[in-house]
Design a protein around this ligand. Structure first.
Ligand code: WTA
Length: 644
């Protein structure tokens, strides 16, 4: 084939980009030739954003695990697929070759089958960062079950909501998870989530921490026992296999819940073929992956970044993917640098919040650490400030490694806007150019394209005007919600919820959310969700939550709370509220600041003027904008004076 899958020059990028727009069908069918299909597609894509209905590689049959595992076995069976770095650096590293991964995934697919899991069933996964989590995800994909991974920082209540929403009948968990010097009792959280639940039939428990757990007869089973039992079932005449389920291109691969501007998290659904093609294509092109390289994405598999760039992207490319169980600052702030040195990492993909936090420890933790294996650095999840970008460039990349600033979302499945490492230009704190097939558009609040520059830049709400292969297909169980959330704000456009700038080179800079979604340490949290949780606390009359700039987290959570305060002890009430939020959502959503107020700035029709609260939280005292439409303008002064 003469077609080059990996873009090798700026010129080729421009050519490929143009072709992907002019003739998407031939462009993407060339790209799709690089995968293993049981049957090829009848049509490359058909879509409309009205319903929305989006199909890619229509009529094709495949299984993503054959692309992530089986096709590599012949030439790379003994090559590491996963290198697992434990929380405790004294503990043994585990290296999982492609052969071993194949065996474990087959074994676990057999376990699922033995327990009655079928194609299309929803399986909830709530585990720490252990290789078994990857086996669980891929085991589901192998038999065609839809995985729904829930990040370990979510509470029992959040899990219960997600189990209910997806009507999940199976759970895979661990007794506990290590995070720095803490042990998180995951199975206990699951037990709480299951109180009153009548749909879950089986809970498979992997032993990681030996934390005491309750095991209900008939429902709860041990991972180790099940795997042992399945081991001989997948072996015949010395050959290990569990035949992969044949999936339709558009069969759902997974659900991942994410916060939006309305109260309840949505179950974003990704398809099999489009998601596979996109994660592989972007992994190979953005990071300029070279065969044999070792890739370290520091995200948790509980978030989309882990799905796409620890599991599916790197494994489908036959790369070695490093999976880290711990946290960047334990046992000390040199942990990432130790891991890079120890495993000779070539690609490091992390979040600005981690960079800022490590930057705060200075360069001492870097002393004596050999980072010369690094070739490419990446960031994701939030805007990166120039200071952090330069620190990363100078101290980690030693000015020799291109930095890719990758913009994307849970809903986009993979990277949409980013420079290509060393191939297209980088610009500090700019995500720069769209990947082939991605057509961004900046619009005003009415949906008109922005054409007038402000200070030399176009500035507007970021939309995408055509479907790319891994765009979300629906929100689980509620297609209308998908339509109203993403496709109804502006006609015939996918609306990202982000604001952006565009310069004369066509480079994009993402400025942050323009809706009521916060980005705290790279984690998406809806303000409405946090308010609902705070309002559940006895004594709270009403609350309003906004974001404010936070040096390390990017954004912090600021809550204005009207409290009946029957105890008269603000400090205690504050702690109680934090406890309530932890229970309802999880510790990640705890407000950084709680200010008790007598009233909230409301319009005469009762709408809270968040704009004013946002300004106060940001420390603005003068230009709060027009307050004359407020029911009680005096309240603003009072809130301003009580700012913490
Ligand atoms: C933000 C994470 C600036 C953005 C992959 C988006 C970014 C949200 C960047 C999605 C970036 C992600 N620069 N902002 N490079 N990458 N974001 O769904 O606001 O957890 O809408 O997906 O993170 O967060 P999510």
């Amino acid at each position: 084939m003469s077609y080059s899958y990996q873009i090798k020059s700026y010129e080729q990028y421009k050519k490929d980009y143009q072709q992907s727009i002019d003739d998407p069908a031939s462009f993407w069918s060339n790209i799709a030739e690089y995968f293993t299909w049981r049957k090829k597609w009848d049509e490359v894509s058909t879509w409309n954003f009205k319903e929305p209905k989006i199909e890619w590689f229509k009529g094709a049959k495949l299984n993503i695990t054959e692309n992530c595992i089986d096709r590599h076995l012949k030439t790379m069976g003994d090559k590491p697929a996963i290198i697992w770095e434990p929380n405790n650096p004294e503990e043994r590293v585990r290296t999982v070759t492609y052969n071993r991964l194949h065996k474990r995934v087959c074994q676990f697919a057999q376990v699922l089958k033995n327990n009655g899991v079928k194609k299309g069933d929803r399986v909830c996964i709530y585990m720490g960062m252990v290789p078994e989590l990857a086996y669980a995800v891929l085991g589901c994909a192998r038999i065609g079950a839809i995985h729904s991974v829930i990040f370990g920082g979510f509470s029992a209540q959040s899990i219960a909501d997600r189990l209910y929403d997806a009507n999940a009948e199976f759970i895979i968990t661990c007794d506990g998870a290590y995070r720095g010097d803490k042990v998180i009792p995951l199975k206990n959280v699951i037990d709480d989530a299951l109180i009153g639940n009548r749909t879950v039939k089986k809970v498979i428990v992997y032993t990681r921490t030996r934390t005491p757990v309750s095991m209900l007869k008939g429902r709860d089973i041990w991972w180790e026992d099940e795997m042992e039992f399945a081991e001989h079932q997948i072996e015949k005449d010395g050959i290990v296999n569990f035949p992969a389920e044949e999936m339709d291109a558009e069969d759902p691969l997974f659900i991942l819940y994410t916060s939006g501007s309305t109260g309840k998290p949505k179950g974003v659904v990704h398809s099999s073929a489009g998601y596979m093609v996109w994660t592989n294509y972007t992994f190979i092109n953005v990071f300029q992956y070279q065969p044999g390289q070792i890739h370290f994405c520091t995200a948790d598999i509980g978030w989309i970044t882990g799905h796409s760039y620890i599991v599916y992207g790197p494994l489908s490319a036959g790369a070695t993917s490093v999976m880290f169980e711990g946290v960047p600052t334990w046992p000390d702030a040199g942990r990432f640098w130790d891991i890079i040195d120890k495993h000779k990492i070539n690609i490091l993909y992390t979040a600005p919040t981690a960079i800022r936090s490590l930057m705060g420890f200075g360069t001492k933790p870097l002393e004596g650490k050999d980072l010369s294996s690094l070739k490419v650095l990446g960031t994701v999840g939030e805007p990166i400030n120039e200071e952090a970008w330069h620190w990363y460039d100078e101290n980690i990349g030693k000015k020799k490694c291109p930095i890719v600033d990758t913009w994307w979302q849970t809903e986009t499945g993979g990277i949409l806007i980013s420079n290509l490492a060393g191939i297209t230009p980088a610009k500090a704190s700019w995500a720069t150019l769209p990947l082939p097939g991605v057509q961004p558009l900046l619009v005003d609040d009415k949906g008109n394209e922005i054409t007038e520059k402000e200070d030399g830049l176009l500035k507007g709400n970021l939309c995408i005007k055509a479907a790319w292969p891994s765009i979300l297909r629906t929100t689980y169980g509620d297609h209308e919600r998908c339509r109203t959330n993403y496709f109804a704000t502006y006609e015939n456009l996918y609306f990202t919820g982000d604001g952006a700038l565009k310069d004369d080179n066509g480079f994009y800079r993402i400025t942050g959310r323009v809706d009521d979604v916060l980005n705290v340490s790279g984690h998406r949290i809806g303000t409405a969700e946090v308010e609902n949780a705070i309002n559940m606390h006895a004594g709270v009359v009403e609350s309003a939550v906004v974001g404010y700039p936070h040096d390390i987290k990017g954004q912090g959570i600021y809550a204005f709370v009207i409290d009946s305060n029957t105890h008269g002890d603000d400090e205690l009430t504050r702690k109680d509220i934090l406890q309530t939020v932890s229970r309802i959502i999880g510790p990640i959503a705890k407000p950084d600041k709680i200010q008790f107020v007598k009233g909230l700035p409301k319009t005469r029709s009762g709408k809270i003027m968040r704009r004013i609260l946002r300004k106060i939280a940001e420390g603005e005292t003068q230009n709060l904008g027009d307050t004359t439409t407020l029911l009680d303008p005096g309240i603003v002064e009072e809130i301003k004076n009580g700012k913490i």
